[in-house]
Each structure stands twice: as structure tokens, then as C-alpha cells.
Design a protein around this ligand. Structure first.
Ligand SMILES: *Cc1c(COP(=O)(O)O)cnc(C)c1O
Length: 827
């Protein structure tokens, strides 16, 4: 990865220096203090936005170890004794300059994509379609703005040979800046629609601005059927624009790629075209107009780039819709849910409606739209909702539900017979009951803040009635509680091993990342790889690094726990093989647990000598683990562990002139020995809401719940379940629950040892728990089929279940079966 010295940054940005650049090197750029990863190697840009002023977060970034800042105003230096500030007139411009400098160091082609819709899809698809021939760097997710693009460009390095970036603008003048930054050799213009017109005089003005991205491009690919685009291209040509044009069309036979027939089939579309006088074709597994068009943009681009017809077309048949957009899910009672809960502009509404009608048409079901207020459209409300209503009428939607105070005001606009309006998502959910939606295709379209994902969850078919509910707000709350027990500069490593103690990996990691955890720890490399694949960026430690996974670890920036020298030597060989330098590792000491770790001075001295002689390894931290932090009667043992830790860790820290982080406390340790927090702590079970000491401060995170499948009457003297272990002493009502030991409801809880909660009352287990089911006694309780049942959670603490099983909460949490669906919610 690239590194720049601060001196270089100073020269590139042409700023004013305050402080001493020392030998500082920068590898990461950040403008959000919450996501700072490696503080000492990060350059923080204080950007002024509409909502926030980055200068307010300089202190927070400083506490997270950042020492280099680009600012418009220098704060009081005495508060930031170790920091260096580069003062510039405009931080955003400085960020762009630095990125532009970086971009110009690479000479491989850059493809720039712009347009009103479809940029992300075309970028993702092109990357997939051309992956066999190129090593491609592309903008992450939809990093297409003034800030997103510099961050994308920063990812360029020597290992790639093609870059694909998307560029979006919201105001005149912005594209010119992106042009300077991206310098695309290739230009692609996707769909031209009405979206995002607000700051432009008209469509012509918008197109002209967008085309500026390609002022110095050598090649330009576009669809000439967009009249306004064709006009602008012609004008630009007469003004001396030198790009080679590659044009596709469904109307003009003279186009470079002339699409002469689109054959709709049940499973997709067969496209026939003429290219260089020859007949060519591809099959796309889509029928939706927008997807077909995006497929053609990709096809045209590849032909323009020199792909030979007949060599690559089969790849198109394997394309999949780009995630997060128009996801199809199976709903309850024969319904189908189209989940587009992250988008609410009118441009994408029309696309989504087409998709809806098509799904409804194919399946013979009715069509329903659930739509939230449309935010930030820039169009006057009356006009906006008038347009929405017109779209719904055009597409003949059968049923409409509007959610939000604004859309509520325009109820009369909607010419749909079956319509309803609610003020908020919560309001709607309260009125929702099981049978509301049947045999219809439901389009869910809402602005992010409306949390339509909650509606989506409710409407989806529940495959198995047993779920583990994870309360994300409670998780964030618990993190905060521990943070308050620590000094502000102490880092927190959040333990997400074993699927975050059973609660699920990526979702939990994402929340922890957002709320400012500094490090994550997993048990094995695979868990870390899964997190990286889902876009988790925090540094991750692997507690149990196995040799066969070293390459995967290096590739995914997963940092090993080193507990003996042999292991480090083998890891070092792998680093060498991968040409890696300064790769962070964590050294584990054994101070009394007798599990893994260095125990003797001699071995540590060998370790130090080994690392000193090599530039492959960088010791990021040194740590140990407490055996009895939660047992006050054993505190003298814990004290001995601390002393041993001090003595042993000194051997390592003294061996290097850089800072090595020290840490020893786990959850109970933080609660009881905060004087020993050193530089970092490792927080586990407390995050998930369990503690022996501060339980009342924590909130419950995980709730294992199920529903009653059936209630039946058992006569006195009859027996219940396998082995006839449950005996009815008198007539009783029993409820059958769809949860068994395969779901983690331990069989040792059979025959009255364990109980569940129904409407706040306890119902003891009767008979033996089966693999997928169990029976509980609901005699005298007001229980009905379909009622919610809590196995553990707020009403039955995990600790209580653990006691019944003579085990610890850790085991109960991590035993919840993989087939139990994890559902996440925030309050
Ligand atoms: C699991 C683990 C922790 C976290 O312990 P909790 O008691 O859950 O807080 C800390 N350190 C190490 C090495 C661990 O394996």
C-alpha cells in the first residue's frame, strides 16, 4: 500500500505547516473520526459540510491516535502537543489535490462512468465481466462524490492494471473537479433521466456538465438514443473535443453497435445486434428495461475496448442484480416482497414500478406499493407528489400505502382505489397483522430514515418460527457503558469471536465499527475473511491463526496473535512470500492461565531479536489474559498476573523504538481493575449484556424467542414425549414449541429443569426436549396458539438458564443453533 511522508503531503497540498513533520508517514485518509483505523498512519481532513464541521472532530481523531491533520483553522496547539497541522484555504480541495497527485502516478487505464441512473450497476458489472482479463480497482459501493472519489483513487496501486470509477454530481462546477482528479482515459455515459435535476437549469445544462468528466478522455461510449446527450456530444465535437466515439442505438443502423432486436423471454432477454457488419448477440437474465439497458452499456464498452465478438458473451448470462437494489423476497401468504428500502427518488421509482408490474404480471398477483415521503428531491412538494401519483396511475398499481407526514398531506392526489396512509413506519407496523397482505407483489420503497427494513422483516415468510433477536441499540449502549469506565484514550478491542458470542458476525461488527470500537478480534481466520468480504474495515486480530490460512490472513489484513516463536517464524515466511513489510502482529504472554503464550524471558528475548532483524513484522501490541478476573476471592492471583505481565512485556517494549500497545483486561477486568487498562482492553461478554458486577447498567442484547405451534389437552395419567418422561398428574394444557436441542435449547433443561415465558408467566418444560420441538406446561395460563414465547432474554436472563445447566452464559449464548435466524433491530 502507498505511503506518503508528511513532507510530501505538505508540498502537494501547498499548505502551511504548524508543528514538526518528523518522520511521519501517511497510509490512510480519513474525514470521519469514528472510522479511524490506524491513528498514527492516518491523515485526517477536517471538512466543512452542510451538517457537520470536521474541525469539531479533530479532538476525537487525536484521541484515536491521529497525529496529522489538514485543516482550515488551526486549533490551540498546546492541546495537541504531538500533532502536526497543515493549514490550507480549503480542506476538500487539498484532499482532491493529494488524490489527484496519487492518481497521476499510475499509467494504467481509468474508466470513468457517469449518467443519471445505473452508474453503480454498470461499474459493478463491468468489473465482473472483465475480471478474467484485468486486475481491477473500482470505487467501493457508490463512492461517487467529491469526497468519495478521492478515497477511491487513493486505493489505486501497482497491483492493478485497470481502474473503474463512477462519478456523480449535484451542482454545476463539480464535474470539472472530478475530471482533474480521475483523468479517465475511457468514458461511459449510462442512462440519462430526470434524476437530480434540482441544481441545473435544464437537462441540457446537466448533460453538458456531466460531459466535462471526459474533456481529456481518449474514448467515449454512449447511447445516441438519448437526444439531449447526442446533441451535446455533437456540440462538444465541434468545439474540438478529440475523444473517439463509440455509439450504440436501438434506432440508428449506423451506430457502432446497433441493437436490432430485443427478444423478451420468461427467464430474460435475448439481444441481437449488428457490430462491424456482423450479427452478434448476448443473453441477459433480466427482463426489466433498466437492467437490459445497463447490460447494453457494458456490452458496448467491452466491444469498444477491443473485446472480440464470440469470446466473452456467455459471461452476460451469469450477471446478477446488484445487491441492495430491488431485492426479491418470499413473503407470507403467497406474497412477494420487492425490497428497495434504500432509495426514494422519483427516477428510481419508475424503474421499480416497471419491475413491480413485471413481477405481478408473471405471477398473476396484484400489485401493491408502500412508499415513504421522498426526501431531498429539490422539487416543490405538490409537484413531486403529483408526479408520484401520476406514475402510480400509469402503471396501474392496485393498492397504495403512503407513510410519512408529507405524503399524508397529498392523499387526494392518489387515484388508487385501495389506499391507506400512516404518519410513521411505527404507526404502520402497529396496524399490521398477519393476514393484511396475501397473494400480491409488494414494492417497498422508502428513504433510509424510514427504516423500511423493519417492514420487510415483518412481511417476509418466517421459515422457522424460532429466532434470535439482537437489539443493536442495546449493544451500542453496552459499549458506551464500558467506554465510560475507561480513560478517553484507551482503545477497545471488541471480541466478535464465535459469531460475536452467537449473535452474528457482520451485522454486529458493523454496529461496533460505527460506534467507535478500535479493534475486532475473531477466533479463526475464516471469521475475519467473512468480515472483510462484507466490508468491515476495522483492524482485526485472529486469536487462533492456523498455518494454512496465513496467505488469506495477509491478503485480508488479518493480524495474528503470536503465542510462540515457531508460529511467528512461519508467519514471517508467508509475509516474505507475499512481499509484505511492517505487518502488524500481537504477542501473547502467558501470565498464569497456562493456555497459549510466551512464558519465559529467554523466549521473549529470542522473539525480540528475531523481529529486530527483519522489516517484515511490526509488533502492534502485547497482551495477556486473566484467569479469575471475575472472582474476588482470587484477587491475589490476579495481582500476580499483573506483575508478571509488567515484567515480561517490558522485555518486548524495550526492544523497539515505536509504541507497542499493552492490554490485559477482559469485561470483568474492566469492571474491577480499571487501573490496569494500559492502552487497550478486550471487551467480550459485557457487550452482549452479561455481567456479574454491573448487570443493572447493561441492557439485554439477545432474545431467543419462538411461538406456540399448538395447544393440546392431556388427561390425568397420560404421558408426554419420548421415553414417557412427562406424566400428567391431573388434566393439563400443554403447548408445543418449534424449538429443540438442535436449536440450542439444551436437552438437560427437560422435565421441569428449564422453563419459558409466555405473556410474562413461566411455563415449565414437560417431558424430554426433542431435536426440533418441545412441550411446556401452560395449564392455567392465558396462552393461545401463535403466542410469542421467550426462551431467554429480558424476562429470563441468560445467566439463569446457565445456572440451570451448571454452565456459564458464554456457553448458552454460543450454543444457539446456526439454523436459528438472527434478526436485528434498533430502537
Ligand atoms: C474471549 C476473550 C476475551 C473477552 O472475555 P470476556 O470475558 O468475554 O470479556 C478477552 N481476551 C481474550 C484473549 C479472549 O479470548
Amino acid at each position: 500500500m502507498t505511503a506518503y511522508s508528511l513532507q510530501e503531503v505538505l508540498e502537494i497540498t501547498n499548505g502551511n505547516l504548524n508543528g514538526n513533520t518528523g518522520g511521519m508517514h501517511i497510509r490512510f485518509l480519513s474525514f470521519d473520526s469514528r472510522t479511524v483505523l490506524a491513528g498514527p498512519e492516518t491523515l485526517f481532513f477536517a471538512l466543512r459540510g452542510n451538517l457537520r464541521d470536521g474541525h469539531q472532530y479533530v479532538r476525537d481523531a487525536y484521541l484515536r491516535g491521529v497525529r496529522a491533520f489538514v485543516v482550515e483553522e488551526v486549533p490551540k496547539l498546546s492541546d495537541f502537543t504531538e500533532a502536526v497541522f497543515i493549514r490550507v484555504p480549503d480542506s476538500l480541495e487539498a484532499l482532491q489535490k493529494l488524490a489527484a497527485y496519487h492518481r497521476d502516478r499510475f499509467h494504467y487505464p481509468v474508466v470513468g462512468i457517469t449518467g443519471s441512473n445505473g452508474k453503480t450497476i454498470v461499474k459493478e458489472w463491468l468489473s465482473e465481466l472483465m475480471a478474467p482479463e484485468y486486475k481491477i480497482i473500482r470505487s467501493p459501493r457508490s463512492y461517487n462524490s467529491q469526497i468519495g472519489n478521492p478515497l477511491s483513487v487513493w486505493l489505486m496501486d501497482e497491483q492493478f492494471n485497470l481502474a473503474i470509477f463512477e462519478a456523480g454530481i449535484s451542482k454545476p462546477g463539480e464535474m470539472e473537479k472530478l475530471e482533474k482528479l480521475l483523468h479517465p482515459e475511457w468514458g461511459v455515459f449510462t442512462h440519462l433521466g430526470q434524476a437530480h435535476l434540482e441544481n441545473f437549469r435544464n437537462q441540457r445544462h446537466l448533460v453538458k456538465e456531466k460531459l466535462q468528466l471526459f474533456n481529456h478522455s481518449k474514448h467515449f461510449v454512449y447511447c445516441s438514443d438519448f437526444g439531449e446527450l447526442q446533441k451535446a456530444v455533437t456540440t462538444k465535437k465541434t468545439e474540438g473535443w478529440s475523444a473517439d466515439l463509440f455509439r450504440w442505438s436501438q434506432e440508428d443502423e449506423d451506430a457502432d453497435l446497433f441493437i436490432n432486436k430485443v427478444e423478451r423471454r420468461k427467464d430474460g432477454s435475448q439481444l441481437h445486434a449488428i457490430f462491424s457488419g456482423d450479427e452478434v448477440e448476448i443473453f441477459l437474465p433480466f427482463t426489466d428495461d433498466a437492467y437490459v439497458e445497463n447490460g447494453i452499456h457494458c456490452w458496448a464498452t467491452m466491444l469498444a475496448m477491443g473485446y472480440k465478438p464470440g469470446s466473452f458473451e456467455a459471461r452476460f448470462s451469469r450477471l446478477a442484480p446488484v445487491a441492495m437494489r430491488l431485492e426479491l423476497k418470499k413473503g407470507q401468504h403467497g406474497a412477494i416482497v420487492i425490497d428497495d428500502s434504500y432509495n426514494s427518488d422519483t427516477g428510481s421509482l419508475l424503474n421499480a414500478l416497471d419491475f413491480l408490474k413485471q413481477q405481478a404480471g408473471n405471477s398473476g398477483k396484484r400489485s401493491t406499493v408502500i412508499l415513504s415521503d421522498i426526501l431531498q428531491s429539490g422539487i416543490p412538494e405538490e409537484q413531486l407528489y403529483g408526479q408520484v401519483a401520476e406514475y402510480l396511475a400509469l402503471r396501474k398499481v392496485d393498492r397504495f400505502i403512503g407513510i410519512g407526514p408529507k405524503i399524508n398531506r397529498y392523499q387526494d392526489f392518489f387515484p388508487v382505489g385501495d389506499k391507506a396512509f400512516y404518519n410513521s413506519t411505527e404507526d404502520f407496523l402497529q396496524h399490521l397483522n398477519g393476514g393484511n397482505f396475501r397473494d400480491e407483489v409488494i414494492l417497498l420503497k422508502g428513504a433510509r430514515t424510514f427504516r423500511f427494513d423493519l417492514i420487510s422483516d415483518m412481511l417476509q415468510e418466517k421459515v422457522h418460527q424460532t429466532v434470535l433477536e439482537i437489539n443493536m441499540s442495546a449493544l451500542a449502549h453496552n459499549l458506551k457503558i464500558y467506554r465510560q469506565k475507561l480513560k478517553p484514550e484507551t482503545r477497545i478491542m471488541a471480541m466478535v469471536k464465535a459469531f460475536s458470542y452467537g449473535t452474528g458476525s457482520t451485522e454486529v461488527a458493523r454496529v461496533l465499527q460505527f460506534h467507535g470500537a478500535d479493534y475486532l478480534a475473531v477466533a479463526i481466520a475464516d471469521e475475519g475473511v467473512a468480515l472483510r468480504r462484507e466490508g468491515i474495515e476495522l483492524p482485526i486480530v485472529v486469536m487462533n491463526p492456523e498455518e494454512h490460512s496465513f496467505d488469506a490472513m495477509i491478503e485480508n489484513r488479518l493480524e495474528p496473535n503470536i503465542y510462540r516463536l515457531e508460529l511467528l517464524k512461519n508467519f514471517e515466511t508467508a509475509l516474505h512470500r507475499n512481499a509484505m513489510r511492517n505487518f502488524p502482529v500481537h504477542v501473547k504472554l502467558d501470565t498464569g492461565m497456562k493456555r497459549l503464550g510466551f512464558e519465559s524471558e529467554e523466549h521473549l528475548e529470542e522473539l525480540v531479536a528475531f523481529v529486530q532483524e527483519r522489516d517484515t513484522i511490526y509488533i502492534r501490541s502485547i497482551f495477556s489474559h486473566l484467569a479469575v478476573s471475575d472472582e474476588p476471592v482470587e484477587d491475589s492471583f490476579t495481582e500476580k498476573q499483573f506483575e508478571r505481565f509488567d515484567a515480561l512485556s517490558r522485555i518486548v517494549t524495550d526492544g523497539f523504538d515505536y509504541k507497542i500497545l499493552k492490554h490485559i483486561l477482559n469485561s470483568a477486568g474492566i469492571e474491577r481493575f480499571s487501573g490496569r487498562q494500559y492502552d487497550m482492553v478486550r471487551l467480550g461478554i459485557g457487550l452482549y449484556g452479561v455481567s456479574s458486577f454491573v448487570q443493572n447498567e447493561l441492557q439485554n442484547v439477545a432474545t431467543l424467542r419462538t411461538t406456540i405451534s399448538q395447544i393440546r389437552t392431556v388427561q390425568a395419567g397420560e404421558t408426554i414425549g419420548y421415553g414417557r418422561k412427562g406424566v400428567a398428574k391431573e388434566n393439563m394444557h400443554i403447548a408445543v414449541l418449534p424449538i429443540g436441542y438442535a436449536d440450542g435449547f439444551n436437552r438437560l433443561l427437560s422435565n421441569g429443569v428449564g422453563s419459558v415465558s409466555v405473556k410474562g408467566k413461566r411455563a415449565p418444560v414437560v417431558g424430554n426436549i426433542c431435536m426440533d420441538m418441545c412441550m411446556v406446561d401452560v395449564t392455567g395460563l392465558d396462552a393461545e396458539e401463535g403466542d410469542r414465547v421467550i426462551v431467554f432474554g429480558e424476562e429470563i436472563p441468560v445467566g439463569e438458564v446457565a445456572d440451570e445447566l451448571h454452565t456459564i452464559p458464554y456457553e448458552v449464548l454460543t450454543s444457539v443453533g446456526q439454523r436459528v435466524k438472527r434478526v436485528y433491530f434498533a430502537e
